[in-house]
Ligand binder design. Sequence first.
Ligand SMILES: C[S@@+](CC[C@H](N)C(=O)[O-])C[C@H]1O[C@@H](n2cnc3c(N)ncnc32)[C@H](O)[C@@H]1O
Length: 228
Amino acid sequence: MITCIGAGPGHLDFLTRRGAELVSNADVVAGFDAVVDVVRPLLVQDQQVITMGYRDQVARLSEVAALHHAGQNCVVVFMGDIHFSGFQFLERVETACGHPVETVPGISSAQMLASRGRVCFDETTFLTFHRRGDLGPFKTHLRDVLRAGRNAIVIPRPWDFMPPDVATYLLSQSVSPAHPVEVWEHLSRAEAEWKGRLGELEGQTFSDMSILLIRALTPMPTGLEGER
Ligand SMILES: C[S@@+](CC[C@H](N)C(=O)[O-])C[C@H]1O[C@@H](n2cnc3c(N)ncnc32)[C@H](O)[C@@H]1O
């Protein structure tokens, strides 16, 4: 058996009980170093741990797949939720195994940011640029959701499409510089790393663990106005 589980982001408090149970009962626990570190307190004796980075992920995942095919119970831990900015890694796991695998959702950095920034999913579009391949369609989608009056929660791509590059792109597309923006680097902290307007974001520097909230210029009506 092999299962992919979402863990984090960044803290064990945001792992589901189901995910924790699967980690503790696995023969093999695999994932990127930083994500395996999050679940390390749950590891028990005799478990095999396979950590990886961007460069050796394909080779390490083929080791995991071989153990899975040999009958070991394997889990691959993903940062946050698999279903947001995790599908390319999932595809790598499935390519290594040669078949679809089970997934267990986790809590995403996007959900944490929605909670920190107090925005609801209904009025907010989630977009990730943290992916290989052509970013063009995702860039135009971001521009269009802002034009449509929605908020956007955006994962940038280290290091060629970071928050200031997101601003440069949007301003070049005539998106208003007045959009309120927050950049969070560590969602477990109480305050955003940076708060300002879209037009002030160029020239700022952030780490690869940053995520943006770009608010709509005008909040949508709640629909309950008439009841007040
Ligand atoms: C490949 S994406 C994976 C996202 C993940 N699947 C999720 O649901 O949060 C990794 C990016 O998520 C963002 N991220 C994840 N955890 C974060 C945290 N604790 N604080 C800020 N950003 C975070 C950063 O932009 C990071 O580079």
